[in-house]
Design a protein around this ligand. Structure first.
Ligand code: IMP
Length: 430
């Protein structure tokens, strides 16, 4: 199989960066298809930590091509910072190694200003966004007034577009939110300079992908946030503004659905969430703190502490349906060591009703209570284990339960943050 899509099955932060890194070793090209620098992947390689927000973490391999495709909301400031930081760590990006879609939409200063202003004035209705301007950027894309990467290469076009857009944005910023207005000239100058820096990398990524496909290359498509942050299928409105689900790989990278051979769903062994919104299996007790501390559950992007709870298979099963997972990658299994009894939520109880599918209505969801299956835990540390048959019997039992409840086989197990702390049961590329 040549084309694999990787999607988080929960609310993001499933440990995707590490799985991307692992699968990158088995492919030729990695494509990031949605989201922006609201995401963050932390990777540990040879005890060295790398944090990526935009560039696919596959960039750590020198013989793979990494692409940021059209579906991404791109903040050029962050991208340039990442390119420079990598250069400082001895990794020099060239167009042979990295490409950026000419059609990706650009996060502009007014997007960030609007994101922050809205959040600060929304009281109980705030989403808890990352404040990176993601929502306002995608809004402009849909409203057909967005600035695309290609516009950063053309002074006249950028000026004309900004002239129209800023008229409206400044009214919103100044009259509605009491923020400073944004002048056109400094932005044109600054964003053209970004365009100049990024120009060597700007390309038609869909065409590059097609050409890689026709020469038989193996390609990994990497979503950013998880399924339940999807704008269509997530816990709306507490979602991001794009489609992390596998269909988003088609629109976000410019490929047809018939080209996808395998979809890997990443399932963290427990659940976490950042920002506001319902979380049925949330734990505010010692076990929640165990996940938070042992699992280092704070955001790579915002540093916010992640809310933690038991594994919720209602969420995972929704993700199985929405993405068509072919296999699962189970992450952070090692974090469960030391818990006496482990719970998995298999359904929601809402009054007299037992629900197997998450309801769309958040008020109804707020009334739901988790129905749990319990499993005996284990005390052994898992991080040095490299084959499934060496795992404690109770850990295997837990994994088998995930497969049984989801109906999807497990291909990858992660038992620690390092690249080596992984058990590959089957290769999604084969
Ligand atoms: P936005 O994407 O910044 O607009 O934020 C919308 C919601 O998605 C907020 O609840 C964020 O906390 C959440 N979110 C965005 N990106 C990530 C991510 O990479 N991991 C987890 N949550 C995220």
């Amino acid at each position: 199989m040549s084309n694999v899509v990787l999607v988080g099955s929960q609310w993001g932060d499933e440990g995707k960066g590490k799985i991307v890194d692992l699968l990158t070793a088995r492919c030729d090209m990695v494509v990031r298809y949605q989201g922006g620098n609201n995401a963050g992947h932390t990777l540990v390689v040879d005890n060295k930590q790398y944090i990526f927000h935009l560039i696919p973490s596959g960039i750590l391999y020198d013989n793979k091509k990494c692409l940021i495709s059209n579906g991404v909301a791109l903040d050029p400031i962050i991208l340039i910072e990442e390119i420079e930081k990598l250069a400082g760590q001895g990794i020099k990006l060239t167009p042979k190694r990295f490409g950026l879609s000419d059609k990706a939409h650009v996060i502009m200063p007014y997007h960030k200003a609007l994101d922050l202003a809205r959040e600060s004035q929304s009281g109980d209705f705030r989403i808890g966004t990352t404040g990176r301007g993601i929502g306002p950027c995608y809004e402009d894309k849909s409203a057909r007034v967005g600035i695309r990467v290609i516009d950063l290469l053309d002074a006249d076009r950028l000026t004309d577009k900004l002239y129209i857009v800023l008229k409206e944005k400044n009214i919103l910023l100044n009259y509605l939110y009491g923020s400073d207005i944004i002048e056109i000239d400094p932005i044109v100058e600054t964003y053209l300079s970004y365009g100049k820096k990024l120009a060597p990398f700007i390309t038609d990524t869909s065409a590059e992908i097609a050409s890689a496909m026709s020469s038989g290359k193996k390609i990994l498509f990497e979503g950013a946030q998880g399924t339940h942050l999807d704008i269509d299928h997530g816990t709306y409105p507490f979602v991001t503004s794009s489609n992390p689900t596998s269909g988003g790989a088609c629109t976000g990278a410019g490929i047809g659905p018939t080209k996808i051979d395998h979809v890997v769903g990443i399932v963290k062994s427990y659940t976490t969430r950042v920002g506001a919104g319902p979380f049925i299996t949330e734990l505010t007790d010692e076990t929640g703190q165990h996940f938070q501390k042992k699992g280092s559950e704070f955001g790579a992007t915002t540093g916010r502490i992640r809310r933690c709870g038991w594994l919720d298979m209602v969420l995972v099963n929704d993700a199985v349906r929405l993405n068509g997972f072919s296999s699962l990658a189970i992450t952070k299994l090692d974090i469960l060591s030391g818990i006496k009894t482990i719970k998995i939520c298999t359904a929601y109880k809402c009054g007299a009703e037992i629900l197997k599918i998450r309801p769309a209505c958040l008020n109804k969801l707020a009334e739901c209570e988790p129905v749990y299956e319990e499993f005996p835990g284990w005390n052994e540390s898992l991080s040095s284990i490299r084959s499934k048959d060496k795992l404690p019997a109770n850990a295997v039992n837990y994994l088998n339960a995930i497969s049984r409840i989801s109906g999807v086989p497990i291909s990858i197990l992660s038992v620690g943050p390092d690249r080596n702390e992984t058990i590959l049961l089957s290769d999604p590329f084969i």
